[in-house]
Design a protein around this ligand. Structure first.
Ligand code: HEC
Length: 151
């Protein structure tokens, strides 16, 4: 006989799963998701920019914390750039799906770049953190210039 907590958990799964999978199957949801990841990247990268520019005090510990988060988020966006999302309103240019190898390469560069930033930040070497931050932001900008519609 199943214990009550197990039955409760199964019941909740049965209830939630159809709702979750219905939402996740829609291209609209893929767009929401990837924009969410992009916004998460910006949320964590922007305060680093302030530190690097001198608009905020340089806090190496917080820098490392935020850089680590960006490194976790960076590999998550690619899977939601699927050709069926061109039917949905977004700021992603349809060229992405004509140049998918290039787009993927840029995402891999972002993954490597943010991982490097997180690694350098752990070392606490401020000069290196500044330089690596600049390199990372160039990867964001390079891809946006190519594949993001102007807002
Ligand atoms: C390989 C390409 C690529 C890279 C690298 C990339 N982006 Fe993006 N980004 C896009 C595309 C394409 C969109 C438009 C997505 C959409 O509208 O569905 C976008 C959208 C955004 C948005 C707007 C989200 C919204 O709600 O419309 C923000 C903010 C953003 N990116 C931040 C970043 C930051 C910060 C980085 C670097 C740490 C980064 N991106 C790196 C391709 C990229």
């Amino acid at each position: 006989m199943k214990t009550r907590p197990v039955r409760l958990a199964l019941g909740l799964t049965a209830l939630l799963l159809p709702l979750l999978t219905q939402a996740a199957d829609k291209p609209e949801y893929a767009v929401d998701y990837r924009q969410g990841i992009m916004n998460g990247l910006a949320w964590n990268i922007a305060p680093l920019g302030k530190m690097v520019k001198g608009d905020a005090a340089f806090d190496a510990k917080r820098f490392a914390f935020l850089a680590e988060r960006a490194a976790v988020l960076a590999p998550m966006a690619l899977e939601a750039f699927t050709a069926d999302t061109t039917a949905v309103k977004s700021h992603a240019k349809p060229e992405i799906y004509k140049n998918l190898d290039d787009f993927k390469k840029r995402m891999q560069d972002l993954e490597a770049g943010t991982a490097e930033l997180a690694k350098v930040a752990k070392s606490g070497d401020e000069a290196k953190m500044r330089v690596t931050f600049g390199d990372t932001v160039k990867i964001c900008k390079g891809c946006h210039d190519e594949y993001q519609e102007k807002h």
